[in-house]
Design a protein around this ligand. Structure first.
Ligand SMILES: Cc1cc2nc3c(=O)[nH]c(=O)nc-3n(C[C@H](O)[C@H](O)[C@H](O)COP(=O)(O)O)c2cc1C
Length: 192
């Protein structure tokens, strides 16, 4: 796949195969985040990678999936993520205005994963208090978000946006994601 194809074919995945992700692939994802752009090059992001099955089982109930269609978008039993990346912001380095950094870092992770055929879902609907306790995360590290990872057991399709941004599933459980048209968001030279 070309780099552009990696970008445009990435979709949020919420059904996964029960297959372990190699540690080197997880390390590669964090390395890609490490080298992402960072405002004032402050680099406030840190990460906890969870790939131990028992700890994954504890993280799973802390997450909310696909709010527009809940509970239809939840991973089915046996199709839960096989790893998680907990995205942390070191508040001793930066305590506000870090969202651009986390956006850039997380996108690098999602694309590095997808290049290897690893599906992901970036989640902010997270019971952060519970995650903090489970993983013993110290107070000066804010939990920004969680990235769920695993080999995909579904293939969401992009549909042209008509009148709603709400994704949906049809009777065969095919997942569709509406995206706005290029001509509606692109303005060359001046706003028309
Ligand atoms: C900042 C952010 C937070 C998100 N939080 C959640 C979440 O809590 N749960 C979830 O299932 N998906 C979450 N998503 C995934 C979006 O629902 C998904 O990106 C969107 O529907 C577009 O689909 P696509 O990623 O396949 O292009 C989040 C995405 C972003 C960018």
């Amino acid at each position: 796949m070309s780099f552009y194809d990696v970008i445009i074919s990435r979709r949020s995945i919420r059904q996964f195969k029960a297959e372990h992700i190699p540690r080197e692939d997880l390390e590669r994802m964090i390395n890609a985040a490490r080298l992402a752009p960072s405002a004032a090059n402050l680099q406030p992001l840190e990460f906890v990678v969870v790939e131990n099955k028992k700890i994954c089982e504890k993280i799973f109930p802390c997450l909310k999936w696909a709010a527009y269609i809940a509970p239809e978008g939840n991973p089915k039993i046996g199709q839960e993520p096989t790893a998680y990346i907990i995205v942390l912001v070191n508040n001793e380095i930066r305590d506000k205005g870090f969202e651009w950094d986390s956006g850039a870092g997380v996108e690098n992770i999602l694309l590095t994963a997808w290049e290897k055929g690893i599906g992901s879902c970036w989640l902010i609907s997270v019971d952060k208090k519970r995650v903090r306790t489970i993983l013993n995360i110290p107070r000066h590290l804010k939990i920004d978000s969680v990235i769920a990872l695993g080999y995909p057991a579904e293939k969401p399709l992009v549909k042209e946006y008509l009148d709603s941004v709400k994704y949906w599933k049809d009777k065969s459980l095919q997942f569709y994601v509406p995206k706005r048209k290029l001509r509606d968001i692109l303005h060359f030279n001046s706003f028309k």
